[in-house]
Design a binder for this molecule. Sequence first.
Ligand code: AKG
Ligand code: FE2
Length: 276
Amino acid sequence: MVEIRRLGPQIGAEVRGLDVKTLDDAGFAPIYQAWLDYNVIVVPGQELTVDDFLSYSRRFGLIEPHPSKSTRHPEYPEITMLGINKFGPDGKLIPAVYRRGAEGWHTDGAYDDVPFKATQLYGIAIPSTGGDTLFSNMYAAYAALPERLKARLEGVRGAFTYGGRRQSNALLNPEDRNRPPAFHPIIRTHSETGRKSLYFDPGKILFLGGFEKQESDDTIEELTGLMIQPDAEFRHKWRVGDIVIWDNRCLVHKAAGDYPPEEDRIHWRVSIKERN
Ligand SMILES: O=C(O)CCC(=O)C(=O)O
Ligand SMILES: [Fe+2]
């Protein structure tokens, strides 16, 4: 019996009693609906090959290789390996690998004209302590914005790059570091739910289109302070065999980045785009 149980107050659900390898279309429909409703879905206890993981991931959309070429799986470019090659040849911890995704709340792929719809991770090795992933709902962030900001931001687009204002580009090859920004509406209407959310990423945004520099900087700072609503968070504590998929269109996430560096924390990861 497949059971869908809510986790956080506004986001998060867990699907129990499921083997994604034997799932058919009829079985997938309520899971996809729960994903749209709760924005991040945990499916525990899966035993998967790379091909199993890719097949299940394709149910959500088109898988696209991540621009960080150095962290791709050597045989499957669609798979990004999180947490491997954490130590350099000198034996020193490489912060860009260890702290990947932990520098702040973000949404994946805002630097692309067509950002990733979803990101899905599969837990391969989980440390004894720490290493959680945190999520926060951006429908709730939009709903809580002061009316003044909602009105000011309607129709405004943000300019986003991979490295943002800090140019955090360490995981990109040099030839991929200077792409022009992508522009996206800051108040975003979800193509499947029709609901409005805040679409914002403090680490990737450069400026707000049409704003004077000072107002752009001030508004970015204000949004950074307002984006996380205390009752809209969900924190996932990983177990080996967990699959977690999140909707980048309506939530932000970050890695806790706090596990013992000498322990392994390894995930397979796919980036998924909308099928048009
Ligand atoms: O490792 C994690 O917990 C999440 C990392 C992340 O931000 C991502 O995979 O997009
Ligand atoms: Fe991320």
